[in-house]
Design a protein around this ligand. Sequence first.
Ligand SMILES: Cc1cc2nc3c(=O)[nH]c(=O)nc-3n(C[C@H](O)[C@H](O)[C@H](O)COP(=O)(O)O)c2cc1C
Length: 217
Amino acid sequence: MNLSQIIQNRHATKAFDPTKKIPEDVVAELETLLHFSPSSINSQPWHFVIASTAEGKARVAKATQGISAYNEPKILNASHVVVFCARQNFDDAHLSAVIDQEEKDGRFSGTEAKEGQYKGRGYYVNMHRFDRKDTQHWMEKQVYIALGTLMLGAAARNVDTCAIEGFDARTLDEELGLRAKGLTSVVILALGYSGADDFNAKLPKSRLPEQTVISRL
Ligand SMILES: Cc1cc2nc3c(=O)[nH]c(=O)nc-3n(C[C@H](O)[C@H](O)[C@H](O)COP(=O)(O)O)c2cc1C
């Protein structure tokens, strides 16, 4: 399948087959997509919690009570569930951790280059921190890049997914102890294989007309 076919073939999976598990080698590939997802200034302001056991998924599903109860079976019956988390703040220690890692990975010719990068990236971090005051929003945008990367990659490997924003972040943060680790949950992705009750698998895809959403100069 080419990319046009892959994106049009995928759909938000409304019911997963609880008997089907994603093979381990495919899981490993999908995890690599999370690990190597790009982010502004290579900030990587994220953490991904992956639940694959019944117990792990039940813990995540605790956040889908009440108004979002319709999402509970998706989480319980999916093969794997990823909780996409953002950091709570972007401090100097995190920026240093990123730059130190880049040094270890051989991206700087010397100390001067490393220091230049620290200063340059610090400019953007401070712009979001002090001028725009949108650090949380900025970090969450990066998290959504990882979500899109994983969704498309999963579709390419014939793995069905459903992104889930319908959950209670406070409950999930508490259940997974995220806030104590400086993290907060942003969005969930359920992955697995479409089940018999997946009504959306049979519905035609609907998008606004191409000319409405794409202009060419
Ligand atoms: C960020 C995001 C959050 C979503 N949250 C939910 C959700 O909580 N529950 C659900 O059933 N579908 C959810 N969806 C699925 C969308 O409704 C679906 O992707 C959209 O209607 C387009 O349909 P398609 O994915 O089948 O092409 C979400 C999708 C995205 C991208």
